[in-house]
Design a binder for this molecule. Sequence first.
Ligand SMILES: *Cc1c(COP(=O)(O)O)cnc(C)c1O
Length: 562
Amino acid sequence: MSREFIHSERIAYFTMEIALRADIPTYSGGLGVLAGDTVRSAADLELPLVTVSLASRAGYFRQRIDEAGHQCEAPDPWDPAILARPLQARVAVPIEGRDVWVGGWLYVLEGHMGGRQPVIMLDTDLVENAQADRELTHYLYGGDETYRLKQEIVLGIGGARMLHALGFKVRQYHMNEGHSALLCLELLNRYAYPSEELRPEDIPYDIPRVRERCNFTTHTPVEAGHDKFPYGLVQRVLGDFVDLATLQRLAGGDQLNMTRLALNSSEYVNGVAKRHAETSRRLFPGYRVRAVTNGVHPFAWTHAAFARLYDEHLQGWCHEPELLVRADCCISDDAIREAHLQAKQALVEQVQTVTGTSLDPGVFTLGFARRMTAYKRPDLLFSDLDRLRAIAHQRPFQILLAGKAHPHDQSGKRAIEAIHGYIRELAGTVPVVFLPNYDMAIAAAMVSGVDVWLNTPLPPWEASGTSGMKAAFNGVPNLSVLDGWWSEGRIEGITGWGIGDGGPGENDAVALYDKLEQVVLPLYYENRSGWIAVMKGAIAKNASFFNSHRMIRRYTSDAYMR
Ligand SMILES: *Cc1c(COP(=O)(O)O)cnc(C)c1O
């Protein structure tokens, strides 16, 4: 490993997925984008991180929608050899009693301000391994329970060993979600007491010493969402890597719960928004769960037209996004409007090229794009088509949608199909377009080019959500259910608008229609300066705070330097 990266201590950031750039398909959604933005911010701020992830050579998948509105999944492979350098080290991990060899790649993320960050992408596709083992790092969130456990062994245990083999000096470990929590078992072994000093009733590991080194960010606000493995499976695959009594003490009595393991092995634990931290404290009583609200990378998510404006009026905003607090006072209405029109025009052209549909840049455009899964309620907007038509009859609007469903998520796939049915039913009154293959590039075009960004999750399932923060950087206000980051970011009528009261959500559809009809559309069409004031409010009061520079500075002061 080049001295540039190993001459001093680093924070080891472990993540199952990471969105490095649009043509490296090693991410499925928000968790991966967050990881990418974390590393991009670390590059700009020159913070010493080393990221550990998997090569995921097969990619996530490429989405196509057929005539009937079904999602079709095509492989989306990438070749690490083109964009990364092979690692010189190999390490072995124990799986089913044999050694599985782990190699990998060094991808160097180069920030737009010149900072460089090492990203280790582990890869078991080596001639030393049996064919099945060679595929362990191919499929992101692929395979069955056994495959997932093996993959998590490679990430956690293989990752920790690889850093050691490459000569990295690790100051602290940071687990981005529980997938990498098996790294704690590797550390337990590293900090085991000599057996001759132990009495039979003693715990054979220095657990406080492991906790001192570990930090854990949980992203899942509901019990069912946490990765769990039966101990029978764990013993068959991992053998006696760590004794069962210790495992049960740290990871739960009946099953190995990756979140419990990470919670019990980490001195610093946080949720990804204030509300999510509260939910996590209720879910895991007795743990101290702090809140560090997520953020997005300023430069990566700001359209060039807005970046030019900020460069002109708020010099230094890329390094210090707090400067955006002044956006409402020092940028003219016309300049904001002009920048937005450029972004909107670019989006309209992209939609035309990809789908053949012409949207009208003069018409109010609502955007919604995210993983298509039940709790995000992608069809809430379409619960009452007559009401939608009636609203559009008063003031016209159009809708742009995108999102992938996980290949095993049947309800997400049904939602995509249902949406295509609504598109046909609304044709002629409300133009609705679904852009296939949602990815970073489409996200960037959508969050900047629509007029309002919609989010309708079922509380309290949305731990944070980040796409709305991207919209804020582009002066696009949010219209969203009060969950995740929006519970903090919403100032009614100033940064955007809330839907409902953040409760269980039965009346959210009606609340959404009312807000759209009575507040949002009238302001857009009948009060131009009032509308631009909300655009500026989103920039000044949301983007200045909900960015990944602030987030990683918080991690640095509260977790890494504790
Ligand atoms: C930002 C982003 C997400 C996460 O958005 P949420 O609002 O958290 O759902 C998912 N996928 C892509 C491609 C993104 O860019």
